[in-house]
Design a protein around this ligand. Structure first.
Ligand SMILES: Cc1cc2nc3c(=O)[nH]c(=O)nc-3n(C[C@H](O)[C@H](O)[C@H](O)COP(=O)(O)OP(=O)(O)OC[C@H]3O[C@@H](n4cnc5c(N)ncnc54)[C@H](O)[C@@H]3O)c2cc1C
Length: 334
C-alpha cells in the first residue's frame, strides 16, 4: 500500500527522461520530491512479455491512427527511454530559431551520458552491409551516436527495444535512481488522475494506487507524463483547450532480402544518414523477430513471415507537419 507524506515540495508526474531529470535536479537541492509513475518499476527483464505490458497494450502504450499507423510509448519507470533505440542526436535547429539555446545542456549531457558511436565489434552484419552499400553509393552514411555502454553490450544482442537487461543501454532509470539517492520518493503503478487546482494554482494531484484514490498535496506539480500523457492530464484538470497541438515523426521500415546473410540479432540504428534540409533521416533497423513478423503481417506480406534472418530493414523517418492534436477524449490525430 502506498504511503504518502502530508506535504511535498514538488510532485513530478511521470518518470521518463523529462520527469526523472527534473526530479533529480529538485531532489539534489534538498527539496522533498514525490515521483508518481503509472507504469511498473520492476527490473528490466528484456522479454517480449514485459515489453508488451510496457508498450503494446492498446490505449495504454499503443495507439492506432485512422491510417492504421501505430503510435507507441513506454509506460514504465524510465518512460519511453526504457524501450527506445538509444540513438542520440543534437537538438534540431528549430530550437535555435525559436531563441532556445540548448548548447550548454547538450555539452553537459554529452559529458555525463555514455554517448558515442559503437565500436566495430558491436555493429551487426546487417547494419554493416547497409552502411557499406550506402557509402559505396556515395552517401554520407555513418555510425550514429548511441547511449550505450559498450563494455556491457553483447555482440549479437538485439534486446534494446525490449528493455536492456544488462545495464548497457542508458535509460532515465539512471536519473531516477539518482533522484531517489537524494531522497526523492518514487511510487510506481500510480496513475495520476488530475491536478488539484485551488485559487488558480496547482495544489497537488489525485492519484490512484492499488484501486484507491489519494489526494496528495504540493505547491509545485510538474507534468512530465509525455506527449500524450501530459495533455490528457491537462484536459482532466480543466487546464487545456479542447485540442492540444501534437506531432510525431512517422517511421516507415523499408525492407529487402539478401541471400548471403543469416542475421537479425543486432543493435538497431547503429548507423545512418540525416538529411535535415529534407526533414528525412535513415538508419539500419534490425527488429526483433516477433516485431518483424508483426510488421510483415500488417502489410499483408505473409510470404515474408519467415524471412527475418535475411531481411535488411531501413528506417525512414519523415518530419511531420505541426498540425495534429490530442483531443479531450484522449485520442490523437496527426
Ligand atoms: C519505440 C521508440 C523508440 C525511440 N527511440 C529513440 C531514440 O533512439 N533516441 C531518442 O532520443 N528518442 C527515442 N525515442 C523517443 C524518446 O524515448 C522520448 O522522446 C522520451 O522518452 C520522452 O521523454 P518524456 O519524459 O517526455 O516522456 P516519456 O518517456 O513518455 O515518459 C512519460 C512517463 O509518464 C508516465 N505517465 C503517463 N501518464 C501518466 C499518469 N497519468 N500518471 C503517472 N504517470 C504517467 C508514463 O508511464 C511514462 O513513464 C523513442 C521512442 C519510442 C517509443
Amino acid at each position: 500500500m502506498a504511503s504518502f507524506h502530508p506535504h511535498y515540495d514538488a510532485i513530478v508526474v511521470g518518470s521518463g527522461p523529462g520527469g526523472a531529470s527534473v526530479a533529480r535536479t529538485l531532489a539534489a537541492t534538498g527539496a522533498r520530491v514525490l515521483i508518481l509513475e503509472r507504469g511498473s518499476a520492476a527490473p528490466v527483464a528484456g522479454t517480449l512479455t514485459q515489453m508488451t505490458a510496457m508498450a503494446a497494450i492498446p490505449g495504454k502504450g499503443a495507439f492506432f491512427h485512422r491510417d492504421a499507423s501505430l503510435l507507441v510509448r513506454g509506460v514504465t519507470a524510465g518512460g519511453s527511454s526504457t524501450i527506445n533505440f538509444a540513438t542520440a542526436a543534437s537538438p534540431p535547429a528549430a530550437f535555435a530559431r525559436l531563441g532556445i539555446d540548448l548548447a550548454d545542456d547538450e555539452r553537459a549531457l554529452r559529458a555525463e551520458l555514455p554517448l558515442g558511436p559503437l565500436p566495430d565489434d558491436l555493429i551487426g552484419p546487417m547494419a554493416r552491409r547497409i552502411m557499406t552499400a550506402a557509402q559505396d553509393a556515395g552517401l554520407g552514411w555513418r555510425k550514429l551516436d548511441k547511449m550505450i555502454r559498450p563494455a556491457l553490450c553483447r555482440t549479437g544482442c538485439w534486446r534494446c527495444m525490449y528493455g536492456c537487461p544488462f545495464g548497457a543501454k542508458w535509460t532515465a532509470r539512471d536519473f531516477l535512481d539518482e533522484a531517489c539517492r537524494h531522497g526523492a520518493q518514487l511510487v510506481a503503478d500510480a496513475r495520476v488522475e488530475r491536478v488539484i487546482v485551488e485559487h488558480g494554482r496547482a495544489a497537488g494531484v489525485e492519484v490512484t494506487v492499488g484501486g484507491t484514490v489519494h489526494a496528495v498535496r504540493a505547491p509545485v506539480v510538474v507534468l512530465a507524463a509525455g506527449g500524450i500523457g501530459s495533455p490528457r492530464l491537462l484536459h482532466r484538470s480543466g487546464l487545456a483547450p479542447a485540442a492540444v497541438p501534437f506531432f510525431s515523426d512517422p517511421v516507415v521500415a523499408v525492407m529487402g532480402s539478401v541471400d548471403d546473410l543469416d542475421g537479425g540479432a543486432e543493435v538497431p540504428m547503429a548507423a545512418g544518414l540525416a538529411l535535415p534540409g529534407e526533414g528525412i533521416s535513415f538508419a539500419d533497423l534490425a527488429l526483433p523477430r516477433p516485431m518483424y513478423s508483426a510488421f510483415a503481417a500488417q502489410v499483408g506480406r505473409f510470404d515474408r513471415l519467415h524471412a527475418h534472418a535475411r531481411t535488411l530493414s531501413i528506417m525512414v523517418k519523415i518530419a511531420d507537419e505541426a498540425g495534429g492534436a490530442v483531443a479531450r477524449a484522449g485520442s490523437t490525430r496527426r
